[in-house]
Ligand binder design. Structure first.
Ligand code: PLP
Length: 321
């Protein structure tokens, strides 16, 4: 199979048509407290309220919607620390095809259970010892399945870009946009939409302090690989940006900043207490950068993507208690 080209905003528009009526058009929330605290007008795009609890449904469903008859017959395969797994499992079920998911042994229990609940077949591996991409490639070859990776795939990136497309269509042009960054599927897709719909918008990626490979990569002009970071932002505990995602991020994203785990917990508490919404630690990255003034936003119209809300209730209790 020939490699797909780097996605453009046209691919985001195509993805939006494919997921219409299937993915939720998630709400955009505002908070007087957040606006007063920052002096800005903040628009939160609530992908914690997306189907299966995160934006990843968009990219997964879009990717599977491109399968031909042969690919549908053999099924889909992926590796994921959680939300992409659920997204693939649910998308596969909706498309009527089989899904196999390779998950790390320490993935949050709620995410493993939900993936199985959506009908996905789960294969567990040790993420400190084994290379999930090698396992994925081997299984794909053995079973003839199509591997859909969590971020470094043009159809996945285009699907993720639909969230910010919806956001800017609703709010009008923004001065600044903050998006969390793991492997860069969401940030690259978001950047395609923001650059097309709000060209003046300054785009900032936000990573956990413990895993700033994206920040290092942007500074050096090449993809930097780091050790598995230890952070509560499990959805952003990636070691390296993708080839496709880095290409887009390097071209369209102005800066990448980091926040600490303590700042993520503060943001989780803010969302629960003030906005009455449950946001998982990774989902708080972008908001934490804004609420803590990591980048000055005073007087600006600011988009913030809340990426997901899947967190074990017990862990949530510990964070909020
Ligand atoms: C996957 C995920 C991220 C990171 O997305 P990338 O596309 O890998 O950068 C952020 N937040 C949540 C909730 C996720 O599930």
């Amino acid at each position: 199979m020939q490699a797909l080209p780097v996605p453009t905003y046209d691919d985001v528009v195509d993805a939006a048509a494919r997921i219409e009526g299937i993915a939720h058009r998630t709400p955009v929330l505002t908070s007087t407290t957040a606006n007063e605290r920052t002096g800005a007008s903040i628009f939160f795009k609530c992908e914690n309220l997306q189907r299966m609890g995160a934006f990843k449904f968009r990219g997964a469903y879009n990717a599977i919607s491109h399968f031909d008859a042969e690919q549908r017959k053999a099924g889909v395969l992926t590796f994921s620390s959680g939300n992409h797994a659920q997204a693939i499992a649910l998308s596969a079920r909706l498309a009527g095809i089989h899904a196999t998911i390779i998950m790390p042994h320490d993935a949050p229990a709620a995410k493993v259970a939900a993936t199985r609940g959506y009908g996905g077949e789960v294969i567990v591996y040790d993420r400190y010892k084994e290379d999930r991409e090698a396992i994925g490639r081997r299984l794909a070859e053995e079973r003839g399945m199509t591997l859909i990776p969590p971020y470094d795939h043009p159809h996945v990136m285009a699907g993720q870009g639909t969230a910010v497309k919806e956001l800017i269509e609703e709010t009008g042009p923004l001065d600044m946009l903050f998006v969390c960054l793991g492997g860069g599927g969401l940030l690259s897709g978001s950047a395609l939409s923001a650059a097309a719909l709000s060209p003046q918008c300054q785009i900032t990626g936000v990573e956990p302090e413990a895993g700033n490979d994206g920040q290092q990569s942007l500074a050096r002009g090449e993809r930097v690989r780091i050790d598995v970071p230890k952070t509560i932002a499990d959805g952003a505990a990636t070691q390296q940006l993708g080839v496709y995602t880095f290409e887009v991020i390097q071209r369209l994203v102005q800066q990448i900043v980091t926040v600490s785990d303590a700042q993520l917990v503060d943001a989780m508490r803010f969302f629960a207490q003030r906005m009455k919404i449950v946001v998982e630690p990774t989902g708080c990255l972008a908001a934490a950068a804004v609420l803590n003034g990591i980048v000055p936003v005073k007087g600006r119209r600011v988009g913030v993507v809340i990426s997901g809300g899947n967190v074990d209730l017990e862990r949530l209790g510990q964070f909020l208690g």
